[in-house]
Ligand binder design. Sequence first.
Ligand code: NDP
Length: 249
Amino acid sequence: MGDWSGKTVVITGASSGIGEATAARFAKEGADVVVAARREERLQELKDRLSDLPGKVEYKATDVTNQQQVEDLIQFTVDTFGQVDVLFNNAGLMPLSFMKNKKVDEWEKMVDVNIKGVLYGVGAVLPHMLERNSGHIITTSSIAGHEVMPAGAVYCGTKFAARVIMEGLGKEIAKSDVRTTSISPGVVDTELTDTITDEEALDMLKKGIGLNEMTPLQSEDIAEAVFYACSQPKHVDVNEIIVRPNQQG
Ligand code: NDP
């Protein structure tokens, strides 16, 4: 895909952070973008902020844990722009906690958003892409989808799963022109840690990986990598990208 005008990108988790920056990156190139998340006012603000860019931006309030809402998001995009060229499954939560603290509701939320949300996205868009024999599904995994950290058993489990789901899907549809990518960021300066309620986990995070000394990535750094993966010529399939801050071990 060289020219993005007339192409459509759907992004979940676009009300902040990586999703928001990726929406701007594609709209700048002329792609039409549908941004989705639960906080509708943030999506409206984003649409207003990007209104001067060449691509059109629309939004649809979507909770990715609700399968029907994810189906509706894809249908809304097809009805509005005619097709889906890229689905970026990016919505995610990271309420890290130690297992002994038994934050069962947070375990369930992570499984629902980080795994089931990805599956619902794949399920909703795949028939459409296979029918057109064109499209790209890209999912945000993490360094935590490659390495397990203390207080991250469940989060890492969900991010391993997200990565493996992309890999499995890629193998299943290898003969088609539909492509799959998982993107694994290291520390990015976003709102992601706001959901952590376990004080011990917060403390460990601050001390353990030297967050205070590190220059984190910005969301735009990941948006650039997503754009790279989706902009390759048709015969190239970028299956996996890892991007971490220079100082992150
Ligand atoms: P943010 O907290 O800024 O973004 C998370 C996004 O997910 C928000 O837009 C939020 O929107 C959305 N979201 C959460 N729950 C739901 C839901 N049920 N339905 C729909 N949307 C939902 O953090 P990031 O930008 O950092 O996170 C984006 C992705 O990147 C996540 O998958 C995260 O795990 C991953 N990641 C982040 C890293 C980092 O260091 N920041 C490192 C590696 C991976 P809303 O609340 O409005 O629904």
